[in-house]
Design a protein around this ligand. Structure first.
Ligand SMILES: [Ca+2]
Length: 197
């Protein structure tokens, strides 16, 4: 189920470095844009909030439902046939919900984002993913399932904690209309996103 167009770039506060880059694009801005355009191939440069944010829609994400267990997104979307000779498609999509901050304590900015996976049948499955900045580029290191047809409302990163606000279902809800508000908090520990409360 599609929930509006991909909108990357409004759900976080730019660092001072990011703001500076936006005000004075110049050579620095051109370089940042060029690096962003190659997405996960952004290798060897110091990660910034801006370059990481722009790389997310072209990163490679582990996805158990995809062939080979990997979905490399293009413009925030990955599509493949749902099965041999299938007329339906598996679609993995980067939603507009993400937060930026240092998740693994190494001082470099990382991202927590939400992917949706529509396997081409019933259901759309939402996952919280952790993408950490490494020397050779951003890397998807951990996934936590948020559920089938939940409604994600916000993702925030603060002091290494990831908080997700969402609506989930009670026994009265139809799958298309979750009504129960939940706030879940995660921490990235040893490349696992653990729900801590
Ligand atoms: Ca980090």
């Amino acid at each position: 189920m599609e929930r509006g167009p991909l909108k990357v770039g409004f759900a976080f506060s730019l660092s001072e470095e990011g703001r500076e880059g936006m005000r004075h694009p110049g050579l620095h801005g051109v370089l940042a844009l060029a690096l962003a355009l190659v997405g996960c191939a952004d290798r060897g440069s110091k990660p910034t909030a801006v370059t990481l944010m722009k790389a997310l829609p072209s990163c490679e994400y582990r996805c158990a439902m995809a062939t080979g267990g990997v979905a490399r997104l293009t413009d925030g979307v990955y599509v493949e046939p749902a099965g041999p000779d299938s007329s339906t498609q598996l679609t993995v999509r980067l939603t507009e919900f993400f937060g930026l901050g240092d998740l693994n304590g190494d001082g470099d900015v990382d991202a927590a984002a939400v992917l949706s996976t529509d396997p081409g049948g019933s259901g759309t499955f939402y996952d919280l993913v952790a993408v950490v900045s490494e020397r050779d580029g951003p890397r998807h290191v951990a996934t936590a399932s948020l559920g089938d047809r939940v409604l994600v409302e916000a993702v925030r990163v603060a002091n290494g904690w990831v908080t997700v606000d969402l609506l989930t279902h009670d026994s009265e809800d139809s799958m298309s209309a979750p009504s129960v508000p939940l706030k879940q908090t995660y921490r990235l520990i040893d490349d696992e996103l653990l729900m801590v409360r």
